[in-house]
Design a protein around this ligand. Structure first.
Ligand code: FAD
Length: 234
C-alpha cells in the first residue's frame, strides 16, 4: 500500500500537519523518534492557550487530538533513509521496514549545538537558555551572562544544525537560515520544496518557535492535500 503522506518528525510542525491531513481523510503516518529540540526544557512559553505547558504534555495532548482521526498513524520510529522513485517515496523505518508514500513532509527540526564548555549540558534548559522569547520572562531583572563564540548572533539565539539530512539528500534547494550558518530547506508558503512531492515544515526551514512550527505544519498539510487533489482530478 502506498500512503498519501509520510510525515518525518512528530514535533509541533509534523503533528499539526497530521491533524490537518487527518481531517482531510488522507492516509498518513507520522514517524518520530521523540528527540525534540526543546527536550531539556521544563516549561514551554508563548503558544497561545498553552503558555507554561511541558513539552511532554504538549505532545500528549496533540497525540490525543490526532487519535480522533482514524486515517492517521503515529509510529515511534526513526527514518534512516529516504529515496525518490519517480514520484513514489520509499522510507526505511528503523533500518529494516520499508514504507511507500506519494508525498513526504520533512518536519525533522534542528539539533542544538552548545559551546564547548565543560558541564554546560547540566545547565541547559534550567539556568542556561538559547532563546530570550522562550525563557526571558522567567529570568527578568536578574543578572545575565551571555555566552557566544566568535561570529555568533549572541543577541538573538543559540546556533543549530539540521537534525536529519533528508532535505539536502533529496536535492531540495537550501538557503542560509536567518542569522545562522546552517542551511534551511527552501519552501513556499504551502511548504513545497524545489522537489515535487517533498514538503517542509517547522525548523527545517528556519529556527523559530512552537506556534510558528505548528502553523507551518498546517500550511504544508494544505499544500499536500491541494496537490494530491489536483493530481487525482487531472
Ligand atoms: C531549550 C529550548 C527551549 C525552548 N522553549 C521554547 C518555548 O518556550 N516556546 C517556544 O515556542 N519554543 C521553544 N523552543 C523552540 C521549539 O522547541 C521549536 O521551535 C520547535 O520544537 C520546533 O518544532 P519542529 O516541529 O520544527 O521540530 P521539533 O519539535 O524539534 O520536532 C522534530 C521531531 O523530529 C524528530 N526526528 C528528527 N529526525 C527524525 C528521523 N530521521 N526519524 C524520525 N523522527 C525524526 C525528532 O525526534 C523530533 O521529535 C525551545 C527550544 C529549546 C532548544
Amino acid at each position: 500500500m502506498i500512503i498519501d503522506c509520510a510525515i518525518i518528525g512528530g514535533g509541533p510542525a509534523g503533528l499539526s500537519a497530521a491533524l490537518v491531513l487527518g481531517r482531510a481523510k488522507r492516509n498518513v503516518v507520522v514517524f518520530d523518534d521523540n528527540q525534540p529540540r526543546n527536550a531539556v526544557t521544563q516549561e514551554s512559553h508563548g503558544f497561545l492557550t498553552r503558555d507554561g505547558v511541558t513539552p511532554d504534555e504538549f505532545r500528549r495532548m496533540a497525540h490525543q487530538e490526532i487519535s480522533a482521526y482514524p486515517s492517521v498513524g503515529i509510529q515511534h520510529a526513526r527514518i534512516t533513509e529516504v529515496s525518490n522513485h519517480e514520484g513514489v517515496f520509499e522510507l526505511v523505518v528503523d533500518v529494516s521496514t520499508i514504507i511507500q508514500a506519494r508525498t513526504i513532509i520533512l518536519a525533522t527540526g534542528l539539533r542544538e549545538t552548545l559551546p564547548a564548555i565543560e558541564g554546560i549540558h547540566e545547565y541547559y534548559g534550567k539556568s542556561l537558555f538559547g532563546c530570550p522569547y522562550c525563557d526571558g520572562w522567567e529570568l527578568k531583572d536578574k543578572p545575565l551572562i551571555i555566552i557566544a563564540e566568535e561570529g555568533q548572533s549572541a543577541f538573538h539565539m543559540a546556533r543549530n544544525v539540521q537534525a536529519s539530512p533528508f532535505g539536502a539528500l533529496l536535492g531540495c534547494e537550501m538557503n542560509a537560515m536567518d542569522g545562522s550558518v546552517v542551511d534551511g530547506i527552501m519552501a513556499d508558503r504551502f511548504g513545497r520544496t524545489s522537489v515535487k512531492g517533498v514538503y517542509a515544515a517547522g525548523e527545517v526551514i528556519v529556527p523559530s518557535q512552537l506556534i510558528v512550527a505548528a502553523a507551518q505544519g498546517s500550511m504544508a498539510a494544505a499544500g499536500v492535500n491541494m496537490d494530491l487533489t489536483q493530481s487525482e482530478f487531472l
